[in-house]
Write a protein of this length. Structure first.
Length: 251
């Protein structure tokens, strides 16, 4: 099946890749469904990642996100990240395209060489004022106090889509546009249950695109895709690039 996936990728003029938490987990970042360690093990991430939680206890939530971005900073992109960056560059050199959409907020795809990443759930590396909405990069913020006061009397919060919030309109429009135009859709490291991203692969298939799934476990989409590869993306993607004759180190 790996050679079949490589052939689909070789022929594709416009590829869309959707990645989820499984890709980052291979770098050592826990998903929301994984148990945390140490101090934060007693908290439920599903309850901390909400506007209500921030409004109720901004110090606690800010400290939690400080811990999360510290973990993201300290880990490295894995071979799956690097393979996608190399494949995107390879396609661009040949007048083709690979649009990378991610549900992850850690920035590891960019560190792995990918460009123009559509971040459906926002990014932990940018924060914004709760009063003005003005955004600032993480590097400009001082975490000497929790929560972080803004310059306009509000607080700084991460530019992440919390549970109950709307996804960024621009990211959604770009994602739907790419989905409608692609001739190959690949989903990687996601269980295919979080909407609306979960429906992307179905929409792409209805529009005539070939479909590939790469995931550690079976998902609701495993039975409908053209190729399902079960395993870690950090192992499978480099093998596909090798099959295609793409040197990850030179792209």
């Amino acid at each position: 099946m790996l050679d079949k996936a490589a052939e689909y990728i070789r022929k594709a003029e416009s590829i869309v890749v959707l990645t989820g938490a499984g890709v980052s987990a291979e770098s050592g970042l826990s998903t929301f469904r994984d148990p945390e360690e140490g101090h934060w093990s007693k908290y439920d991430p599903m309850q901390l990642a909400t506007l209500d939680a921030f409004n109720s206890d901004p110090e606690l939530v800010t400290r939690w996100y400080h811990w999360r971005f510290t973990k993201a900073r300290d880990v490295q992109p894995n071979q799956g990240h690097y393979a996608l960056g190399a494949l995107q560059q390879h396609k661009a050199k040949h007048g083709q395209s690979l649009t990378l959409i991610t549900q992850n907020v850690d920035g590891l795809h960019q560190r792995g060489g990918a460009e123009e990443v559509i971040e459906l759930h926002g990014t932990i590396h940018t924060w914004r004022c709760t009063v003005t909405g003005k955004q600032r990069p993480l590097s400009e913020l001082s975490f000497d106090t929790f929560p972080i006061p803004s310059d306009h009397g509000g607080l700084m919060r991460p530019c992440i889509v919390w549970f109950g919030e709307m996804l960024p309109e621009e990211a959604m429009l770009r994602s739907y546009g790419a989905m409608c135009d692609c001739d190959l859709f690949i989903t990687i490291g996601t269980n295919g249950t979080v909407e609306p991203a979960a429906s992307f692969i179905v929409g792409a298939k209805e529009n005539g695109a070939a479909t590939i799934e790469i995931n550690r476990d079976m998902t609701p989409n495993t039975g409908i895709v053209d190729v399902a590869l079960q395993g870690l993306s950090g192992m499978i993607l480099p093998r596909i690039l090798d099959e295609l004759g793409i040197d990850m180190t030179n792209e």
